[in-house]
Ligand binder design. Structure first.
Ligand code: PNS
Length: 168
């Protein structure tokens, strides 16, 4: 059985992430999405919330499982019995970091390969960070993530008093 893990922060997931998950699910028997605890970053959503968001957004894909993980992606891959780590590549700006990660992971675990999915063109600009920035200024989020996610994002920003207004 070909198993792939797709590790990331997913704070929160965007259409870009969902596109990578969907396409990976067509190639691998099982795709295990790994949501990182992010001890060094301070995420807007807890790891449980991020898992929950992804579970709801991918509920219609039977061979996708969402899990949280801590530590190295290769350890998570090994524990998941995966042979492959999947990552999305949006633009050339992603390349250096992704290549460095893939090579490091290959040194750490030569038996695990990284497969890159080139992000669909309509999501090439998109990231969770960009989505959060637009959300803070009240911009239209409908092309960034499904309503269930954008509503939760706006709610969280309101709760944290993080909504900003542009001076006129
Ligand atoms: O969604 P992100 O933040 O781009 O995902 C980055 C992630 C989680 C894939 C990366 O930070 C990671 O693999 N972290 C776990 C620690 C690890 O394995 N580091 C070694 C690879 S350089």
């Amino acid at each position: 059985m070909a198993i792939a893990v797709y590790p990331g922060s997913f704070d929160p997931a965007t259409f870009g992430h969902l596109d990578v998950i969907k396409r990976a699910s067509l190639v691998f028997d099982q795709v295990i999405v790994g949501v990182l605890y992010n001890s060094s970053k301070s995420p807007l959503f807890s790891v449980e919330e991020r898992v929950n968001i992804l579970e709801k957004a991918t509920g219609d894909i039977p061979n996708v499982v969402i899990k949280k993980f801590e530590g190295l992606s290769v350890t998570f891959a090994r524990e998941s019995k995966a042979q492959v780590i999947v990552r999305g590549l949006r633009a050339v700006t992603d390349f250096e970091y992704e290549l460095q990660m893939a090579q490091t992971n290959r040194v750490l675990a030569p038996d695990i390969d990284t497969f890159f999915v080139t992000t669909s063109l309509e999501y090439a600009y998109l990231s969770s960070t960009i989505m959060k920035e637009v959300a803070q200024y009240g911009g239209d989020l409908s092309r960034f993530a499904p309503p269930a996610i954008t509503e939760q994002l706006m709610k969280r920003l309101r709760e944290r008093n993080m909504l900003r207004t542009c001076p006129k």
